[in-house]
Design a protein around this ligand. Structure first.
Ligand SMILES: [Ca+2]
Length: 215
């Protein structure tokens, strides 16, 4: 049965609720600035709501910069480089003024450069309290073996805890305890941070429940 015939059978109220939910979901914006790294990074100071680069430093893990070799889209992507064991390279972006109880999903595309990778791709949402401390984090550590030289989508989601007022979205490549040389190059592009309001999830469920009852 098509959604339209469900609407007709369920009546105007249920149909209206479902339509409102889908319209609101379609309108969900990406909260991240410079999502595809087409503009400069902010490598030296922590600029709010922009990509800030970080690394373990030194000659083999310089601060990440952008690169123009085969990005996922546009002209640029982020390049993360390590050259030894126990190094890291990454970028983070603050999002100020989040809503406790809402679900936030951080996504990005990433690939290797075709050479061997020994390390961990870590991506996370840090939940930050009013006083600037970390309440907790939603994170995933993938072994670098998941990365190929083709771009793939990576996603981590979490519900903002009660004490959280801000978040920090981070993607990094790290070679802690790597068994080999720790060398690696990882590219990242087309990031997004999308909220799912708790009220919207309830409204959607309510609309579906109403549809089911009327059917
Ligand atoms: Ca790009």
């Amino acid at each position: 049965m098509s959604s339209m015939s469900k609407c007709l059978k369920g009546g105007m109220v249920a149909c209206g609720i479902a339509a409102m939910s889908f319209t609101a979901m379609d309108a969900q914006a990406n909260l991240l600035n410079n999502p595809g790294f087409e503009a400069e990074l902010q490598p030296f100071v922590s600029v709010d709501e922009e990509w800030n680069a970080f690394s373990s430093g030194g000659a083999t893990a310089p601060l990440p910069d952008r690169n123009t070799v085969a990005p996922h889209s546009g002209l640029q992507h982020l390049e993360l480089v390590t050259g030894a064991v126990n190094e890291f390279s990454g970028a983070f972006q603050w999002e100020r003024g989040i809503t406790a109880g809402d679900e936030y999903t951080f996504s990005f595309w990433a690939r290797g450069d075709g050479n061997a990778l020994e390390g961990v791709l870590e991506y996370r949402i840090e939940w930050i309290t009013l006083f600037g401390g970390e309440d907790s984090r939603s994170f995933i550590n993938d072994p670098s073996s998941v990365l190929t030289n083709e771009y793939q989508l990576f996603t981590v989601s979490g519900i903002a805890p009660a004490a959280a007022v801000d978040l920090k979205a981070t993607v990094a490549f790290a070679t802690f305890n790597a068994s080999g040389t720790g060398t690696g190059t990882v590219y990242v592009d087309d990031t997004s941070l999308v909220p799912e309001p708790a009220s919207m999830a309830l409204l959607t469920m309510g609309g579906l429940a109403l549809l089911r009852r009327r059917n």
